[in-house]
Design a protein around this ligand. Sequence first.
Ligand code: PYR
Length: 301
Amino acid sequence: SFLNNCKTFRKLMTNDCIMVPGAFNGMSARIAAENGFKSLYVSGAAVTASTGVPDIGLVTLDGFCKVIKEVSMASGLPVIADADTGFGEGEMCARTVWDYFQAGASGLHIEDQVFPKRCGHLDGKALVPKEDFAKKVQIAVDASKKCSDGEFVICARTDARSVEGLDAVIERSKAYIDAGADMIFPEGLNTAEEFRVVAQALKGYGPKGGPYLLANMTEFGKTPYIHVNDFKSWGYNIVIYPVSSLRVAMKAVDDLFKQLAADGTQEKSVPDMQTRKQLYSTLGYTPGVEWIYPNMTTKRN
Ligand code: PYR
């Protein structure tokens, strides 16, 4: 059930650091599950890009829920999903929590940027006042209590690093923890040392004995590549790889189309393709045999 997935998600993060890759549709979700990943991420950057629009708040709540449902149903795994700035204020932010939970997510992150937001690794971001965002976090936490007894994870992302500096990242994070956030996502940090310093400052802070900590290992951004074991040693619980799968998939599509256009037949690209056999295996499909979703069984088939 959705509630069990929330509990599983929390359990996975307890005293551990899990690698959570982005899945941008049901197929990529199933491939990740096949490869042993225990939880998946639905990225705003990937959802928007795969829809063909930039990451500036153009995809609606329903658009995100469609992808969350696909990823959740196809994989049966706990999903944490990007909710940008919460798709609005007040009841709209509460509705986002309820709709994400009903779509199958086990948690979400909302961020303290002004709407329309931009990618956390771009310059020129602007933030809402700390107190205003703390109120929004509180609304999300209350909504989680109503729909999931508080099991659905509310992650507060702060985009303060490039706008107000590292001290503000810590100060804002503490305010969001005070407001009830279960998890903190310090976005756009510049060095490994900054990740360590933020974790050190937030360790044990707040009524819940310290928040879960999320690190974003996106490519081509402001953050260097850091090994999951390093994050674990500093106290991070989850590392996301939001757009990695979409980037390699789309480069492969580009390579195919170039080759096909040039050669007039796709034959040269066939060795790079997922075969029919691999496709059916990933889908758990045997022609003539009843097919069911993985989370409709007690174990993955
Ligand atoms: C994204 O992938 O869109 C994030 O916010 C990390």
